[in-house]
Design a protein around this ligand. Structure first.
Ligand code: FMN
Length: 227
């Protein structure tokens, strides 16, 4: 089967009883326990499973199962026409193929991540560099880019230690996490992206609890609005 045909088939809803039941959950916090972004993603999952008992959730934990950085052979493979691929290049692009298949097979991307040094954790950047790929997730005609990851929506849960990033706060210019992820997902074709943030996770217990409560209400509203 040609690659194009395979992608189109994967973009179809898997079951007839609803288009949004397959979730790809990706967690990026280095903290496997005590992580606010992961706890909020758990809550999203619980809410979603209450609503759709037939939901399938596939998880990818970027901390427990790190994605390798792209190597020179990976880049060579990305730009080699299929008929010229060698065994070595196929091996070097196998991780990318797997990650792209996972993404294309999902209806919903649930991505949880902290901000590290004003940007994405390197574990998540490694995933991004494997997934953003000309001819597979984005088409380029020499002039324009067109995203190929269509028919999906994304929920991105972002945890910030400080307060003041959201709502034009004083740290907004330092936020290279949420705006970047929205842009990046849009670039590959996922234009329906909702960001849910929890800020001030390094603050006192009462402030943290209030921030989490607000994020939980946002998650409930987001899941309720899903078909
Ligand atoms: C290496 C590192 C860098 C961080 N950089 C920032 C930052 O730039 N801005 C910020 O608000 N918080 C920063 N933090 C705090 C985390 O974003 C915060 O603790 C968040 O809750 C972590 O996500 P988690 O709770 O899901 O693990 C940083 C934390 C670490 C470990």
């Amino acid at each position: 089967m040609s690659h194009t045909a395979r992608l189109s088939a994967e973009n179809q809803p898997a079951k007839e009883n609803g288009p949004t039941h397959r979730i790809l959950r990706i967690d990026a916090s280095s903290r496997v326990t005590g992580s606010h972004s992961r706890t909020l993603a758990d809550y999203f999952e619980q809410q979603w499973l209450r609503k759709r008992r037939d939901a399938e959730i596939r998880r990818r934990d970027l901390a427990s199962d790190p994605i390798p950085h792209i190597a020179p052979e990976t880049i060579a493979g990305f730009y080699t026409p299929p008929e010229q691929m060698t065994g070595e290049l196929r091996a070097a692009t196998a991780v990318s193929d797997t990650l792209i298949d996972e993404l294309q097979s999902a209806d919903i991307l649930l991505l949880s991540t902290p901000i590290y040094n004003f940007s994405v954790p390197s574990a998540l950047k490694a995933w991004i560099d494997q997934v953003v790929r000309i001819g597979k997730t984005v088409a380029y005609d020499g002039k324009n880019f067109t995203g190929l990851v269509t028919g999906k929506r994304a929920f991105v849960i972002c945890a910030y230690g400080a307060a003041g990033y959201a709502g034009k706060g004083p740290l907004t210019p330092f936020d290279h996490l949420a705006p970047y992820l929205k842009l990046l997902l849009g670039f590959i074709g996922i234009s329906d992206t909702r960001v849910i943030t929890v800020e001030a996770t390094s603050a006192d217990a009462a402030t943290v609890s209030e921030s989490i409560g607000t994020a939980n209400r946002e998650i409930e509203a987001a899941v309720a609005a899903l078909p």
